[in-house]
Design a protein. Structure first.
Length: 252
């Protein structure tokens, strides 16, 4: 099998590696052997582990998963010229990656934590000659969407990359609401998970507005709850969340 090299060993690297481990050989590069061992333990398979200092990237296919603030210092520790770098760093430009890592090609990617269950929504942009390979590689962990510009992937980061955290907040709040009214928490959790599972299928083919209209009968329970959400400016808060996350992405 083809080898994929992870530089960085945090949660996102582990999530992506979980999705790739059945289709590719995995090697991981980091600064701390203890953390590299934990990466291997999290995957449940043997991986090649390397300390970063002096690591030769020549002709390797790399998934770059370090913190954005560490791009310069990591670049100074590496040798060689990678075949292609797939970066998952929010807000880190193609220009900055090229200047500090000097690969033959760069693709920016933004997967999310659902990569670990092969359900990521991953956005991509960069050197167009790697479009097909990028979609094939990241397609092993879910859906992909190639975007035309870096501005678009920064916006997409706020939606697809950060989105699981927003949905997790909504899921938790809905469960808390049901518990407040007297439903047992275990029952509320099961119902919420079933809700998200079914909704995930429906939203693939039906516009959100049509889904809402189909559930909300005149003067019914859904209408009462929906008005409460509108009164609390939930729609506006979601729009603001995307704006602020996008702004933060371009600040990084």
């Amino acid at each position: 099998m083809k080898t994929i090299t992870f530089i960085g060993n945090g949660n996102m690297a582990i999530s992506i590696a979980h999705g790739l481990k059945n289709s590719y050989d995995i090697e991981v590069v980091g600064r701390d052997l203890t953390k590299l061992n934990k990466f291997q333990e999290a995957l449940g398979i043997e991986v090649d582990k390397h300390i970063m200092d002096g690591f030769d990237t020549t002709n390797k296919t790399i998934i770059f998963c370090v913190k954005p603030a560490n791009v310069e210092s990591v670049g100074e520790r590496l040798n060689g010229r990678a075949r292609v770098i797939y970066s998952v760093l929010a807000g880190t430009t193609l220009k900055k990656l090229r200047e500090n890592l000097m690969p033959h090609a760069v693709v920016r990617t933004m997967p999310n934590l659902a990569a670990s269950v092969n359900r990521s929504m991953t956005t991509l942009t960069g050197d167009i000659e790697f479009k097909d390979e990028a979609q094939e590689l990241l397609g092993t962990i879910g859906q992909t969407r190639w975007l035309a510009s870096e501005k678009e992937i920064d916006i997409a980061t706020a939606l697809g990359g950060s989105g699981p955290a927003y949905l997790a907040l909504i899921a938790e709040a809905l469960v808390d609401g049901a518990v407040k009214q007297g439903l047992k928490r275990d029952d509320a959790m099961v119902i919420m998970r079933g809700l998200f599972d079914g909704f995930g299928e429906l939203i693939q083919d039906i516009h959100p507005a049509l889904l809402k209209d189909g559930v909300m009968s005149p003067g019914g329970t859904t209408a009462a709850g929906y008005v409460a959400l509108e009164d609390a400016n939930v729609r506006s808060a979601c729009i603001d969340a995307i704006q602020k996350a996008y702004k933060r992405a371009i600040e990084l």
